[in-house]
Design a protein around this ligand. Structure first.
Ligand code: SF4
Ligand code: SF4
Length: 70
């Protein structure tokens, strides 16, 4: 299985959770910290499970997620 890694531009996140719902491996979750606009931003909660499918990046309306395949 391919391994992936995500980078989240936390300042762009609006907490819509589309990425959380779209991830087939349940890697992403809204964290407890907020960005400068007051939105709690998404973090990679289970980074070891990421397969690099990029579903999260494709669905993010803010283009806040970059995916790297390893
Ligand atoms: S790349 Fe795929 S597996 Fe990895 S966090 Fe995004 S949706 Fe989940
Ligand atoms: S889809 Fe984008 S804006 Fe929405 S919660 Fe995920 S990272 Fe944040």
């Amino acid at each position: 299985m391919a391994k992936g890694r995500v980078e989240i531009a936390t300042e762009f996140c609006k907490s819509c959770e589309y990425c959380v719902i779209s991830c087939p491996k349940n890697c992403l979750a809204v964290g407890e910290k907020v960005n400068s606009k007051g939105y709690p931003y998404v973090v990679s909660a289970n980074p070891e499970d990421c397969i690099g499918c990029a579903m999260c990046a494709q669905i993010c309306p803010e283009s806040a997620i970059e995916v790297w395949r390893q």
